[in-house]
Design a protein around this ligand. Sequence first.
Ligand code: NAP
Length: 495
Amino acid sequence: MSEADTALPALHDASLLRVDALLGGEWVSGPSRFAVHNPATGTHLADVTSGDADQARLMVEAAERALPSWRSRSARERGLLLSRWAQLLRQNADDLAQLMTAEQGKPLAEARGEVSYAASFLEWYAEEGKRVYGETIPSSDGNKRQWVWRQPVGVCAAITPWNFPLAMITRKVAPALAAGCTVMVKPAEQTPLTALACAELALRAGLPAGVLAVLPANADDSIAVGQVWCAHPGVRHLSFTGSTEVGRILMAQCAPTLKRLSMELGGHAPFIVFDDADLDSAVEGAVQAKYRNSGQTCISANRLLVQAGIHDAFVERLAERVAALHLGPGTQAGVQVGPVIDASALAKVKAHVDDALALGATARVGGQVRGDLGPTFFEPTLLVGVTPKMRCAVEETFGPVAPVLRFDTEAQALALANASEYGLAAYFYSRDIGRVIRLAEALEYGMVGVNTGLISSAELPFGGVKQSGFGREGGHHGLEEYLDTKLVCVGDVNA
Ligand code: NAP
């Protein structure tokens, strides 16, 4: 292991490395610290303040204090600050990407892509916040006038995952701030450094004290912070991205205070390739939808359903592409697939592959842990002969493993695709226009990609159905989450 792999990355701007909580516009340390590690090497990166229940409470109070003046600014003023923050994200893209790769593992090129994606939410909502329109509703009583106004919900809390440590924050914070809400963020234990650097840039952009707070926490303290925010009557909205299991816990904790909720939860995306698909495009789409971020995205293609007539040709071409993917530390030039996040993620990926092999599948490419590269590397893997009984066909793998299931008819593909408790993203490849419409309508998913493996961007509503949650992020739909509807009915106007 080289020296370069063992230390924090050298940043152009060393002051982006923050290890304390952002509370009331100040960097504040807490009663304890937790260690952040580089998943590619296992080495220690930094010790970060672990927020506790007291800090969580203080943050709510600071956010409540900051709310009236933030809410009363014009949307244009708020938008200018969001735009300035986006600009700073782009100007500091190299440093942010270095931090992200160091703590999350993704290849540097993907990390830079995430910085741009994260900035795009700030840019988009800086403009969209100006379009929070109301309505005038004609009255059936000539003596009345009636309006519908949209107002910010108030103080919001956001709990985010490690797989997109920057974009999952701006995707929540940008619409909340644009709407006139104040926000507190708790990033994942594994990836606080990117979140804190992002907060430092928010301060430099001029966000007033208390409008944005960031509270890192270790896994135990996260539970305490979550309990405070969920139970606090001053917190009006909770937005969560993470596992379905934790989403259920948070929803139950929020029930007594009847908070508004956005739940972006787990997925189990089918990726269906029909006989009439464009083979090159389908193979490319499968590589993008499966191996990006080492398969650790909620919309990763988790099972490839391939029609019998194209099955062998598709597998052949995909196997060539997968075998050529370069696995290694994200900082190394040319690396396309990095490590998975930690030992338990690695164990799950291995268990899914072992289960499939034991039940009769074949590893056409990969299938092995690569301990020689670092503690949490798993080879980009292509499994064939997979059946619906195997774990990888029913559970979210969250790793670089593509299981291929063969089908004969469209009806079989649809039944397989919908036989999941999840309903986040689905993909299919076909050039039959009737099938495109028929299947897009019938798939029980919040998002359907047709002839593409890339479906998310700032202007589009991202979110799921069934056990993948509810609420939308992105697009004008994302802004709705942070707005209350108020009816104003004026009588006696002719008096
Ligand atoms: P996770 O274990 O649910 O954790 C997500 C966040 O919740 C982390 O910040 C975590 O903090 C926190 N957390 C965990 N338990 C908590 C509790 N009891 N109270 C308060 N906070 C708590 O999920 P993950 O493993 O990080 O992320 C992977 C999952 O997220 C996958 O299922 C994936 O599909 C899903 N995901 C969904 C979307 C989407 O948009 N639908 C996007 C990305 C990921 P600690 O890290 O400190 O435990």
